[in-house]
Design a protein around this ligand. Structure first.
Ligand SMILES: Nc1nc2c(ncn2[C@@H]2O[C@H](COP(=O)(O)OP(=O)(O)OP(=O)(O)O)[C@@H](O)[C@H]2O)c(=O)[nH]1
Ligand SMILES: [Mg+2]
Length: 434
């Protein structure tokens, strides 16, 4: 899929441009902050930032995004800096994209922030599902932006679209290349959607089975680079990919972790969020992301040493809301406290940790245990010895408060997940629901 976007091929010299307008920023997140993040995104994509410019104007120009004088100035600067690619820190409309392209000299191109993020995703997708999701997002982004310039790329796409070879045999009389390219892309989009739907159904089934097993699922969420994978590595003591890069993780990874009280839980690390996460990506990654809304507990990891931590928090909260996260319990986890010159933040709704040094991790585990307990049902009573496998489950999934071995069975008092409580009902003679 990397071949879809040329920026991935070799270290390319690029020029970044942003508009500083009233509408593009809020007080927590200025146009400069956004441009800084764009530099990081560009580096993650393997590009060399040759230069950058920020222009103050009331609003982006409706037809060329920047004024034509500014564009001319940028082109001259790019020629001096030997940069051929212009990246705009916004999502360009298809019209703006075309109009800028028309004014650029031969061999120059313009891409927007969304295309850059899509490119990083394309480079970092490894699983089959991840690749399909990114491909879908790329085509959906590209379809309305299709111009003649891109027809060679589309032909590659056509070659992969369900055995259709190129655009040739498909063109009807009088049909233009562009129209047939669009048709090919639509066809590919619908086949990708149906493949992803199959995966989604499979995931749902798997989730239901997992739910029935009673093992709680905890989702690690947060802004990209907050340290989600580092935390999973620290919790599971296993090798998990950690990189000082944006969107290092794309494929969800789940690990079984034993909490101090003996309870097993599943932690799922998933794709990070960013300001203005392209909606094509949210749509394409829905199958993966809907798992977050269904988890028993959500950890919202924050890079507490990041100067824009507050803006990142609100960006994450916005995406979570879009994903349908409303009633879930969310625990805020201030990470990277080793980088702070104070002890960090701690209150009823948050804990402070360092995934790197391990500081605060045991406190985090305890907090998780008690939050999960709030969600559990107290059961108490006598369980006959022949129901030994249920007793096992109580130990694995619950917290046992009292256990006495008597002549006719085991007398037990424990907090267990509601699913297990329901299963115990026929076997345990006293139960205290709610
Ligand atoms: N100093 C310090 N660095 C940390 C800590 N946790 C993570 N990092 C660093 O932060 C960077 C990002 O860590 P990751 O665990 O890859 O972050 P992530 O949230 O999984 O990021 P994406 O998958 O890219 O969204 C890496 O360079 C980590 O070494 C921490 O507690 N302290
Ligand atoms: Mg990660």
């Amino acid at each position: 899929m990397g071949e879809l976007i040329e920026t991935a091929v070799s270290p390319e010299r690029i020029f970044l441009f942003g508009v500083d307008s009233q509408s593009s920023v809020d007080y927590l997140w200025t146009a400069e902050d956004s441009l800084k993040e764009l530099v990081q995104l560009a580096r993650t994509a393997g590009l060399v930032v040759a230069g950058q410019a920020l222009q103050k104007r009331a609003a982006p120009d409706a037809s060329t995004y920047m004024g034509s004088g500014k564009l001319q100035q940028i082109i001259e600067e790019m020629e001096l800096l030997n940069a051929r690619t212009l990246i705009v820190d916004d999502e360009l409309t298809p019209g703006q994209q075309r109009n800028i392209e028309a004014k650029l000299p031969e061999g120059f191109k313009v891409i927007d922030r969304t295309a850059l993020i899509l490119d990083i995703f394309a480079q970092h997708a490894h699983s089959r599902e991840g690749k399909l999701q990114v491909e879908l997002a790329q085509y959906q982004y590209r379809l309305p932006r299709l111009t003649r310039l891109w027809t060679h790329l589309v032909r590659q796409a056509g070659g992969r679209a369900g055995g259709v070879k190129g655009g040739v045999g498909l063109r009807g009389p009088g049909e233009t290349q562009l129209e047939s390219d669009r048709r090919l892309i639509r066809k590919r989009i619908s086949s990708l959607k149906s493949e992803l739907e199959d995966i989604r159904i499979h995931r749902r089934r798997y989730r239901r089975r997992r739910r029935n097993s009673g093992i709680p699922v905890i989702s690690l969420t947060g802004y990209t680079n907050a340290g989600k994978s580092s935390l999973l590595r620290a919790l599971s003591q296993e090798d998990v990919l950690v990189e000082d890069q944006l969107f290092a993780t794309l494929d969800p990874l789940t690990r079984l972790v034993l909490l101090p009280g003996g309870r097993e839980v599943l932690f799922t690390d998933t794709v990070g969020f960013i300001k203005r996460l392209p909606h094509e990506l949210i749509a394409a990654f829905r199958a993966t992301l809907e798992e977050i809304a269904e988890s028993d507990l959500i950890l919202h990891l924050v890079d507490s040493a990041h100067p824009k931590a507050e803006a990142q928090i609100s960006a994450v909260e916005k995406v979570l809301y879009e994903l349908g996260v409303k009633d879930n319990i969310i625990l805020k986890v201030w990470n990277k406290i080793d980088k702070l010159d104070h002890a960090g933040y701690m209150d009823g709704h948050s804990v402070s940790i360092s995934a790197l040094t391990g500081e605060g991790i045991s406190e985090l585990k305890k907090r998780i245990e008690s939050l999960l307990q709030d969600n559990m049902t107290l059961v108490e009573g006598l369980l006959r010895y022949r129901e030994g496998s249920l007793l096992d489950q109580i130990h694995r999934q619950g917290t046992v408060e009292l256990e006495e071995h008597r002549h006719d069975g085991t007398y037990i008092r424990a907090y267990v997940p509601p699913v297990l409580a329901a299963r115990l009902k026929p076997f345990i003679n006293i139960s205290v629901p709610d």
